[in-house]
Design a protein around this ligand. Structure first.
Ligand code: MG
Length: 168
């Protein structure tokens, strides 16, 4: 089914998510559920997959189901080192339970290095699989910080995502 020219289903809802994680020496670096070879990794209570966190928040926000911090508090030891793909899967389950399915998702990863273009297709397919949609419904973009700010200084990576859901 082509996306172009389709009218939005009545009751469709949009959500936005954004996240930041610090970088530190050593890996692994996980982005969108994919291990990306790099000599630094993201630091966080879970596996710190900044892209999956942004997508999860966009999904939850679209359905009016709160946010990732409410569902998976960092005070809960069960969430320590947790696979963020599990959190996204649980968020998607709740969204489906609320009567919605994903129409499409678009996202941007902000990373000075490594160059992400060789991994974008793998990340796109992984996100599509996690969200139970075809890959043409997932956009993955990567931007550097142009040497500026915490991204540009390679102190952090950020991700922003927008998700559209429709009643099913
Ligand atoms: Mg996070």
């Amino acid at each position: 089914m082509a996306l172009v020219g389709e009218p939005a289903t009545p009751g469709s809802r949009v959500g936005i998510g954004h996240d930041t994680h610090r970088l530190s020496p050593g890996g692994p670096l996980k982005l969108g559920g994919v291990v990306v070879p790099y000599d630094r990794g993201l630091v966080g209570h879970s596996d710190a997959d900044v892209l999956l966190h942004a997508v999860t928040d966009a999904l939850l926000g679209a359905a009016g189901l709160g946010d990732i911090g409410e569902l998976f508090p960092d005070t809960d030891p069960a969430n320590r080192g947790r696979d963020s793909a599990e959190m996204l899967t649980e968020a998607l389950r709740r969204v489906a339970e609320a009567g919605y399915r994903v129409v499409n998702v678009d996202c941007i990863v902000f990373a000075e290095r490594p160059k992400l273009s060789p991994y974008k297709e793998t990340i796109q397919k992984r996100l599509a699989s996690l969200l139970s949609v075809s890959a043409d419904r997932v956009g993955v973009k990567a931007k550097t910080g142009e040497g500026l700010g915490p991204v540009g200084r390679q102190e952090a990576m950020m991700a922003t995502s927008v998700v559209l859901i429709e009643p099913c």
